[in-house]
Design a protein. Sequence first.
Length: 106
Amino acid sequence: MIFDENNQKIEVSKGETFGIKLPSHPGTGFTWQLKGEPDSSYVKLIKQEYRELGDEQLDIPGMDYFEFEALKKGKTAITLWYIRLWKKDNDTNPDIRTEVYEIVIN
């Protein structure tokens, strides 16, 4: 299953893999990154990649994809933020977007 910014609560089964995709515009210098590490006893990051869409009409050149594996039953959270990696003010910049996903593993 792949979720997006409209799915703030994600329910999956133990052992299942799931993804989060978010629109990205790396040409502006911004990219989605994990903000902190998710609890590794509950979820494991399998891969992170950028996929180009090239949809100029929607002004969304691509998507950042994060794929995770659900390791054990319980609840945790994954926080992603849309930052410029080289900037030092990401924590205090009010223009930085942040998405928090509640993960429920059954």
